[in-house]
Structures are given as structure tokens and as C-alpha cells.
Design a protein around this ligand. Structure first.
Ligand code: ZN
Ligand code: FE
Length: 260
């Protein structure tokens, strides 16, 4: 399988707009969640690319703010979640469908991953996953519109992908997430090394991403709600037994929301 050529365009404080080169035409670019247009236009110009497609995962402004301008300037095809209200025209898509932007040779499966927002979708293809704000390295999105049960099911869908899947989340939250992971999963021997590695990348000015599904299954507390260690700390935090994985998930999600 050809590995996709994906690179980050940093935006705002901690967003990444992922730029994917086309397989059939490497000058045909696709971007995921452009919250702003300017850095994308600069990246296109500096690498002599044209924008073929825009993929949107959910309606939050830091993910859609640049779509209208980019579509108008470049004529790119826009794909977005069917069950969200978006401030621009797009081809609506959802779970079980495929997105195949013209001229790129790209072919993504779409998953419904409600939880962070009610209609959030993720794009998966060519060994790469674009989960938006559903899955981060060592973390997951806040529950703004969905329930713990929904988010856990969404994360289960993503965790079922091959361990080798490269994961391209929309935010650089890794170090803060790892601080919480160390508190919630203190016996996890992987976390210290993972933290050292992430800190070194950040000090060198590099992203900690992409991560992989295999790595996340070992380090991400929100993918480990069925592990004895996470269950134990969640029960301690809640002060009661938590027999269901959704209860464990809800507890650590709430714990993380207030964690500094
Ligand atoms: Zn969001
Ligand atoms: Fe976001």
C-alpha cells in the first residue's frame, strides 16, 4: 500500500490542517478541517499545488472557518457531515459511504463518530485516519453534544482499525493529554517514555503527530476503559463501583475536564 503524503499546516494556537497530496496527481491537494484559509493558500503556493478537495469532520469554527474562502478561490470540492448544519455548500456524507475526490485518487471510508458533536464524522483510507476532534493522541474530544455511550462507541469504531493505521488528529494536545494519562493510568509503563518522546518533539518544534491506533491502544486512557488499571482509578475517583465501560469512560472524561 502506498503511504499517503500528509503534512501539517499549523493554525491558531494548536490546530493542524492536514494537507494530503493526491495519489494520481501529486499536485492535487486535499485539506482536512481548514479553520482558516491563509496558511492553506500559502502552503499551496509555496509547493505549487492546487486544491482539489476539502474534507470537514464537524461544524466547529476552528475546523470550518476557512472553507468558504478556499472553495471560492480554488474551486475545490467540499465534503462534510450530513447531520450538521454548515455555513457553506458541500457534498453531504456519512457513515458507510465513501468519499473519492476527483483528480486525487483518494478513496476514504466515512465513519459516524458522534460524541464531541452530534454529527461528527471521520475519514479513513490508505492506512490513514482523520478523526477531527474525536480521537487525539492520549486523549479524546470533549462531550459537547453527545453522550458518554455515543463517544465510547465512536472510539471503539476507531480502535477496531488496524494497529498500523496512522492517525492525524486536528489538535496538538499530546503533552497535556499525557499529563492526565499519567494520573489516570499510573501503572502504565509506556507513559513515561511516551511523554519524554513527545516533549522532545515539541522542544524541536515538531508535531507529536501522527500517532497510530496501536500506540493509542497502549497509552490512551479513553481507549482503555476496559483495562483493570483505568477502571480502578475511575472507581477511586468516582467513589463507587463502575461495572460498565461507559461509566468508566464518563468518569475519566469528567475528571479530565477539570484536570490541570
Ligand atoms: Zn471541535
Ligand atoms: Fe477543534
Amino acid at each position: 500500500m502506498t503511504q499517503l503524503d500528509v503534512r501539517p499546516i499549523p493554525a491558531f494556537q494548536d490546530n493542524y490542517i492536514w494537507l494530503i497530496r493526491g495519489l494520481t496527481d501529486p499536485r492535487a491537494a486535499t485539506v482536512v478541517d481548514p479553520g482558516t484559509a491563509d496558511p492553506v493558500l500559502q502552503a499551496l503556493a509555496s509547493d505549487d499545488l492546487h486544491l482539489a478537495a476539502i474534507l470537514v469532520t464537524h461544524h466547529h469554527p476552528d475546523h470550518v472557518g476557512g472553507v468558504r474562502e478556499l472553495a471560492a478561490v480554488t474551486g475545490a470540492a467540499v465534503f462534510g457531515p450530513r447531520h450538521e448544519r454548515l455555513p457553506f455548500d458541500c457534498t453531504a456524507t456519512g457513515g458507510g459511504e465513501r468519499v473519492t475526490p476527483a483528480a486525487t485518487g483518494l478513496d476514504f471510508a466515512v465513519f459516524d463518530v458522534p460524541g464531541h458533536t452530534a454529527g461528527h464524522i471521520a475519514y479513513y483510507g490508505h492506512g490513514a485516519l482523520f478523526p477531527g476532534d474525536t480521537l487525539f493522541s492520549a486523549g479524546c474530544g470533549r462531550l459537547f453534544e453527545g453522550t458518554a455511550e455515543q463517544m465510547l462507541a465512536s472510539l471503539d469504531t476507531l480502535a477496531a482499525l488496524p494497529d498500523s493505521t496512522r492517525v492525524f488528529p486536528a489538535h496538538e494536545y499530546t503533552l497535556a493529554n499525557l499529563r492526565f494519562a499519567l494520573a489516570a493510568d499510573p501503572d502504565n509503563a509506556e507513559l513515561a517514555g511516551q511523554t519524554r518522546q513527545a516533549a522532545a518533539e515539541r522542544e524541536a518544534g515538531r508535531p507529536t503527530l501522527p500517532t497510530t491506533i496501536g500506540t493509542e491502544k497502549r497509552i490512551n486512557p479513553f481507549l482503555r476503559c476496559r483495562s483493570a488499571g483505568i477502571r480502578r482509578s475511575a472507581e477511586q475517583h468516582a467513589g463507587q463501583p463502575l461495572p460498565a465501560a461507559a461509566g468508566v469512560f464518563a468518569t475519566i472524561r469528567g475528571w479530565k475536564d477539570g484536570f490541570r
